[in-house]
Ligand binder design. Sequence first.
Ligand SMILES: Nc1ncnc2c1ncn2[C@@H]1O[C@H](COP(=O)(O)OP(=O)(O)OP(=O)(O)O)[C@@H](O)[C@H]1O
Length: 312
Amino acid sequence: MEPILELSGLSKVYPGGLTALDNVDLTINKGEVFALLGPNGAGKTTLIGAVCGLVRPTSGSIRAFGHDLASDWRRARNRIGLVPQELSTDMFEPVHRAVSYSRGLFGLAPDRDRIEEILRSLSLWDKRDERIMALSGGMKRRVLIAKALAHEPDLLFLDEPTAGVDVELRKGMWAIVDTMRERGVTIILTTHYIEEAELMADRVGIINRGKLLMVDQKDAMMARLGRTEAHITLARPLSALPSEIARFPVELEPGGEVLCYRGGDGTGKGKAEVAALTKALIAADIDYVGIDTRESSLEEIFVSLLGEGKAA
Ligand SMILES: Nc1ncnc2c1ncn2[C@@H]1O[C@H](COP(=O)(O)OP(=O)(O)OP(=O)(O)O)[C@@H](O)[C@H]1O
């Protein structure tokens, strides 16, 4: 694996004393899609801003493509793209010109074919002569992506790419991210939609109050921290938990008709234990009519991590 971005001991204290990044260490490898998850104010945008030269870190170092950003910012800058949360300029410009201009900003020669390819891939070609202000919110967002792609970055930051967009457009965004991934672009995205991280990311980092609480392969994180939950509907209600199944992590739901199992560690132990539980029920002559088993989602893991006080 080739590291493309290395943050080491990165901290940012804003004037006024708020610590937005607290000693963050993070390495991003070439070609991966990394999702940074965190609640409002966690420090996601500050982290992106530090790498993109918009926020001056208080301490720590950032290396991108092997260059130290503090001393060699220009060498790395051309290879980094940013899709910010909101469009701030260019509202009166036609789409085509705004995107071409973004390319020029990075000192690249004009390339009509390349701009056409980008606009077509984002379904903006038909809108190329329209002023940005006349586009729908979703189209404006695509213009932001087109602008960030115009200088052909190797590392792309997407800050909340799908916040407030409808389901259809969100799916479109995911397809765009997939295409960029196939082209070998390394992508770091921030999102509130954990479903999005679950779907898109290879690795996930969870940040809260400026601290990176955990970084792991998405699947490994879900396996390590996941839980199994099984609801067993009994043929006849029970008034209390029978001793034969007392060794299992089960509870009887009010009404006595449903046994709820919560356990496992995401490594398959939960499913095996549910199987053992059903055998124990049969052996104890307790009949059941249905079992509904599910594994916890990244969202549940996220919420429980934030709730564990590690966040403090
Ligand atoms: N320029 C600034 N001056 C002072 N405080 C700031 C500044 N920018 C951000 N902050 C504070 O730093 C903290 C982190 O903000 P940041 O925007 O990085 O969070 P975030 O995770 O991106 O949040 P969101 O999901 O809401 O965009 C917040 O408490 C915010 O109020």
